[in-house]
Design a protein. Structure first.
Length: 92
């Protein structure tokens, strides 16, 4: 017998999908928090901010030039954490 249809809310709140949803929300909130700490121009170019398993804050910027500029703003970020800055790969 085929699986019974389930409500989307039950799918999103259980199992592996729930973990992905929680991680996505955690990253969204952390990105918003980091953007608030940076100057507006630099904040607009932050694609993502998340803490990895090693406790490092990883910022993903949209271009190399904005990554360079945000390096000068690191003092505004929470102290104590190692910060890594990455750049999105260029699309072909």
């Amino acid at each position: 017998m085929p699986d019974e249809p389930r409500h989307l809310s039950k799918v999103l709140n259980a199992g592996p999908v729930a973990r992905v949803v929680r991680e996505s929300e955690r990253r969204r909130l952390e990105t918003a928090r980091i953007r608030k700490l940076l100057p507006a121009e630099e904040a607009a170019h932050v694609v993502s901010a998340a803490t990895n398993e090693a406790g490092e804050l990883v910022l993903v910027m949209d271009t190399p030039s904005w990554a360079a500029r945000v390096r000068y703003c690191l003092r505004a970020l929470p102290g104590g954490a190692e910060v890594k800055i990455r750049v999105l790969p260029r699309s072909g």
